[in-house]
Design a protein around this ligand. Structure first.
Ligand SMILES: [Zn+2]
Length: 268
């Protein structure tokens, strides 16, 4: 088995059981419980990766203030990237072309997904992110960043609706839905079951690594961001090269994906 280097980006809204913002933020006692579950789900992915030849693993904590995963509970074979670096790589900080595959744990559905658990896209006042005519979740956006540095995305866990949205962007991606949205409620697997399924899903994805390729779309890129408030579109329209599409929407076109990353970075 070849030696593999694996990148894992971890959000929190799609961790088993999470249903409320208070469970994903500093002050609530429930947060302490769910960050442990979050760490354990990452460990399940790490164990799956180690089983299939991973020799280097970087875990990017990518939720809230990006200091959620509990360092000494994390599998000791991984390195943990904490806090924000103020760069357009954002939830994908630290990824480069030395990695063989990227994995997403704890991800959630995009903004305006009715039964998505805590559904949003980057910040609460973004209505939609549209790239080359296709509406993107954070998973979709982050997959394009991985593609920009030639790394394929092979696995995602989270709620059932982000799993559906992920398959639209990357057909064949291995998914594990740890919960199902029911209006504003959700129906969860037992956390132990989630961990078993995540480990197995990562192993399955790595068994078929040859079937995946980095996500790259045709140029020129056209990135449109729609906001819930015209004030934010007003501000965005001053970005160099940006065009106002309508009251709520601003776009940028470029041959270079990094230009799109910079634009989006300054919008959220
Ligand atoms: Zn988050």
């Amino acid at each position: 088995m070849s030696k593999r280097k694996i990148y894992i980006s971890v959000d929190m809204e799609g961790i088993t059981g999470v249903i409320d913002w208070g469970e994903t933020e500093g002050k609530s006692p429930d947060y302490q419980y769910f960050r442990k579950i979050m760490t354990e789900e990452v460990n399940a992915a790490i164990e799956g990766a180690l089983e299939k030849g991973a020799v280097e693993i970087v875990v990017r904590d990518a939720h809230g203030f990006a200091r959620n995963i509990i360092p000494d509970l994390l599998n000791e074979n991984a390195k943990l990237l904490r806090a924000w670096a103020s760069s357009p790589y954002s939830m994908m900080e630290g990824i480069d072309n030395s990695f063989d595959a990227a994995i997403f744990i704890g991800y959630h559905a995009k903004a305006m997904t009715a039964a998505g658990t805590l559904a949003h896209t980057m910040r609460g006042d973004i209505l939609n992110v549209n790239m080359n005519g296709i509406s993107l979740s954070e998973m979709g956006w982050n997959s394009l960043i991985a593609g920009h540095v030639d790394v394929p995305v092979i696995f995602i866990s989270g709620d059932n609706l982000i799993c559906d949205q992920a398959k639209e962007i990357i057909p064949g991606i291995e998914t594990v839905a740890v919960k199902q949205g029911l209006g504003e409620a959700n129906l969860n697997l037992h956390p132990n079951k989630s961990k078993l399924m995540i480990k197995q899903g990562v192993e399955n994805a790595l068994d078929r690594l040859d079937e995946f390729s980095p996500l790259k779309w045709e140029t020129p890129y056209s990135l449109e961001i729609s906001f819930k408030k015209t004030r934010l579109a007003n501000r965005a329209s001053w970005y160099p090269g940006a065009e106002r599409v309508n009251d709520f929407t601003v776009s940028i076109q470029s041959e270079n994906f990094l230009d799109c990353m910079k634009f989006f970075y300054f919008m959220h």
